[in-house]
Design a protein around this ligand. Sequence first.
Ligand code: NAD
Length: 346
Amino acid sequence: MRVLVTGGAGFIGSAVCRHFIAIGYEVVVIDKLTYAGNLASLGPVASHQRYHFERHDICDADAVSAIFAKYRPDAVVHLAAESHVDRSISGSDVFVKTNVIGTFNLLEAARRYLSSHNNVGFRFVHVSTDEVYGSLGDEGLFTEDTPYDPSSPYSATKAASDHLAKAWHRTYGVPVIVSNCSNNYGPYHFPEKLIPLMILNALDRKPLPVYGSGTNVRDWLYVEDHARALGLILTRGRPGETYNIGGRNERQNIDVVRQVCSWMDRLRPIDHSHNELIQFVQDRPGHDQRYAIDASKLENELGWRAQETFETGIEKTVRWYLANTDWWQPLREKVYGGERLGLVKA
Ligand code: NAD
């Protein structure tokens, strides 16, 4: 199986590549290497003979078509995207370009490729987010039938791309499968996102900024569990279907940060608890209150189960950051130093 992985140098994409190489697939990465793309995350597979890397922008339709012609993939797992909600608030244009136009280019390239190659088992997995469903109240879970109601520029562009992907299945018969996953965490996570930011700020004894009152709830999934889910969806999911992916690990943000602090207290003790570094700061505009996934379809149809609990996953994650300074230090120094993003300016 030769799989084209878009966004393979990102957080989830690199986990998918490491997983696919481990289970014997050939992997072709297409990635623009934006601020979020990092070849060091592909270090563990970079010298493998079944791994290929192509640096391109998915907004470049000719380049995308040329990759299909060059590699003739058996499948696409499409992860390339602008992914940070805060950045989408400050600058939404690149989100519209990459997430909407880039996805359109890939779907079109797949459609043309299939019309000229008889690739019967071809699949196009479009990787999306639970944020397309908007916010939940205190009760209930997102199912595959929950209506779309995105709040942020990020989730609105992902919703748009999901609609394109489903339309290309219904109208042109491209064998698309959409996955909507909850918040991921784990190794190789760019340090603008909540969990790595808290670990690295705690290590530097800097304030730990928690938005609003810290009561927003996210449903956390360890990234390697997501990669395994995508592998199953690719081989056993049904074209035209959507699969929600989540680890049944709902946590308030403040509890996530406290858990990081308690691991830092244990592994890197200082003269007071790291909890004392927590600072409540101005909330994110349009901040969704709660996300929670019902993953029954994926569990019942494809037999997937998350292997990590939040407790085991967060311990692994904190230990990984403490042991992998070489990976994150250049990013903290040269790419993103921890400044606040995503406040609306007048
Ligand atoms: P990421 O920001 O870590 O990585 C994105 C990758 O895409 C980077 O390697 C970047 O260089 C590449 N990229 C960006 N624009 C590109 C372009 N125009 N052309 C080619 N490559 C480009 O993102 P992530 O957290 O790994 O998320 C991957 C996918 O999963 C995204 O589609 C995201 O919407 C989705 N998702 C993420 C989460 C999460 O919690 N992180 C949850 C559910 C779904």
